[in-house]
Design a protein around this ligand. Structure first.
Ligand code: NAP
Ligand code: MG
Length: 516
């Protein structure tokens, strides 16, 4: 058995401590000093610069370029596929414990470079300090957790003995995977989606999101430093529609590990189902997609706690989490009081530069900014604007924290994923009705209930149909190993990231029988 210490979640940094604030400010200054740096593709043992580049912009200061990243076309995507395929033959035979050590080593490097990575997340995608730190901590958790879990899986599976025979069952890897993560947890989700399959013995072609190629390139530096053999992870930023389709369609792609929007996820599911010339397997697709997550506030809830949890869940990282609360369903008896207290709590939120410690930052890019403002205009027709409702400071893609009240459960803003700082408040006549409203979307990712009524909590346990259900706390911030994460219905295939089961998705069981 390996001698790693038992898994424990990486602690968050205390930014109330002046020493940590100082370290963070230094890291931000250092990252700013590297603005405009160029980052290569990683294919096999090569690092490749291309003439065409992705410009990664600071969403808080859209005149600042965080970095220029090489951009793969189809020919380079093909080269990456070939590199991954070639290395698979060797990597799949590397002992599990040795594969696990690369992850533990990468975690140690990330831990040492924590402030640097947090600073890049602040500047490249507009996370506030605490959100950036949590993203890095979660990346470390995925590495440490999957390393240990894969080591634990590396033993013969228990079978029913059969006279005269030896029967043996093991998990073996699948092959080359296309890994396609989103920009909203550009380190944590990318690391988990890449390194889970890798520790299970697969090799991957990783296509990071186009909004966040710099943090991806820096993670590739960590893997190089950790000594991971070249070609195990091939990193090719590039256009989703061009090379995304190419690696999804490729006949040598064995599985696709996707996290992102419903639209792209469903497109991948459909394309992957088509057998290409020369393809000799059925592709596996894990697609984790959007949410329209609700918190129910019961009539006997602790209202102050419910307001605090709703604000944290709805506006943390500007509402750009798949787990974010975008609907709060409130019992009629306490509706007015809840709304008054919510208004007071949201009105004091400052929207501004996360670099200097503001809590609410910008949304990710110009398209998101436009799309969210458009939903706000729709909301103005569908509900009553309580607070916010417009763009923030013009030097970035800011949007004021926005709350609509008296929204119908079937309104557009109560049904479609907005993915920004916009919250719809819905009134319910009873707890049963609140549950029914909560379940009445096509999604099923996270949900929450604030209540002191045991019967109601038990009812919600049985009937609130979401992958991650939280009582009397916020509905974001799932911890690796503690709250395995993933949703139902159009929220995806419920891969449950950060669970023991996750690694099995990237393996297949082989059974060998010998008769003596
Ligand atoms: P997205 O637009 O769907 O993009 C996700 C990834 O797919 C990006 O790398 C993107 O590349 C790529 N892509 C785009 N078109 C593609 C195609 N035709 N073929 C293959 N790949 C393609 O999503 P996002 O805006 O990055 O992320 C936000 C969404 O992710 C939200 O819906 C959120 O709820 C969801 N999310 C879900 C979870 C979960 O666990 N369920 C977690 C986090 C986020 P480009 O960047 O180059 O377009
Ligand atoms: Mg950016």
């Amino acid at each position: 058995m390996p001698l790693f210490t038992p898994f424990a979640n990486e602690p968050f940094t205390d930014f109330a401590d002046p020493a940590n604030r100082e370290l963070m400010q230094q890291a931000i200054a250092a990252a700013e000093a590297e603005f405009g740096r160029e980052y290569p593709l990683y294919i096999g043992a090569e690092t490749i610069m291309t003439a065409d580049k992705i410009k990664s912009v600071n969403p808080s200061r859209i005149d600042q370029v965080v970095g220029y990243c090489a951009k793969a076309d189809k020919a380079l995507a093909e080269k990456a596929m070939q590199a991954a395929q070639e290395v698979f033959a060797r990597w799949s035979r590397v002992p599990v414990i040795e594969r696990a050590r690369y992850l533990v080593k990468a975690a140690a490097i990330l831990r040492r470079r924590k402030f640097e990575f947090s600073a890049v997340l602040v500047l490249e995608i507009g996370k506030n300090w605490a959100e950036a730190d949590a993203d890095v901590a979660e990346a470390i958790d995925f590495l440490e957790y999957y390393a240990r879990e894969m080591a634990a899986l590396d033993k013969p599976v228990e079978l029913v003995p059969f006279p005269g025979e030896e029967n043996e069952a093991r998990y073996i890897p699948l092959g080359v995977g296309a890994v396609i993560p989103p920009w909203n947890f550009p380190l944590a989700i990318l690391v988990g989606m890449t390194m889970g399959p890798v520790v299970a013995g697969n090799t991957v072609v990783l296509k990071p999101a186009s909004n966040t190629p710099v943090v991806a390139a820096r993670f590739m530096e960590v893997l190089r430093e950790a000594g991971l053999p070249p070609g195990v992870v091939n990193c090719i930023p590039g256009s989703g529609s061009e090379i995304g389709d190419y690696i999804v369609d490729h006949p040598r792609t064995r599985f696709i590990n996707f996290t992102g929007s419903r639209a792209v996820g469903l497109r991948i599911v459909e394309r992957a189902a088509k057998i290409q010339p020369g393809q000799i397997w059925i592709k596996r697709v894990h697609a984790e997609m959007g949410g329209k997550d609700a918190i129910i506030v019961d009539k006997d809830a602790d209202i102050a706690a419910a307001v605090q949890g709703t604000v944290a869940s709805a506006f943390g990282f500007q509402g750009q989490k798949c787990s974010a609360c975008s609907r709060v369903i409130v019992h009629k008896d306490i509706y007015d009081e809840f709304v008054d207290r919510l208004a007071a709590a949201v009105k004091v939120i400052r929207c501004g530069s996360v670099r200097d410690g503001d809590w609410l930052g910008p949304v990710c890019d110009a398209n998101a900014h436009r799309s969210i403002l458009n939903y706000i205009e729709i909301g103005k027709k569908e509900g009553k604007l309580l607070t916010g409702g417009g763009p923030g400071p013009a030097h970035g893609w800011f949007i004021e924290p926005t709350v609509f009240v008296d929204v119908s459960p079937t309104a557009v803003i109560a049904q479609e994923e907005i993915f920004g700082p916009v919250l719809a408040v819905i009134k319910a006549g009873s707890f049963a009705e609140a549950l029914q409203i909560a379940n009445a979307t096509q999604y099923g990712l996270t949900g929450g209930v604030y209540s002191r009524n045991r019967e109601h909590l038990e009812l919600a346990r049985r009937q609130f149909h979401v992958g991650n259900l939280y009582f009397n706390r916020k509905i974001t911030g799932a911890l690796v190993g503690v709250q395995p994460f993933g949703g139902y219905n159009m929220s995806g295939t419920c891969a449950k990231a950060g669970s023991r089961d996750y690694l099995l998705l990237f393996t297949q069981m082989k059974v060998i029988t010998e008769r003596f």
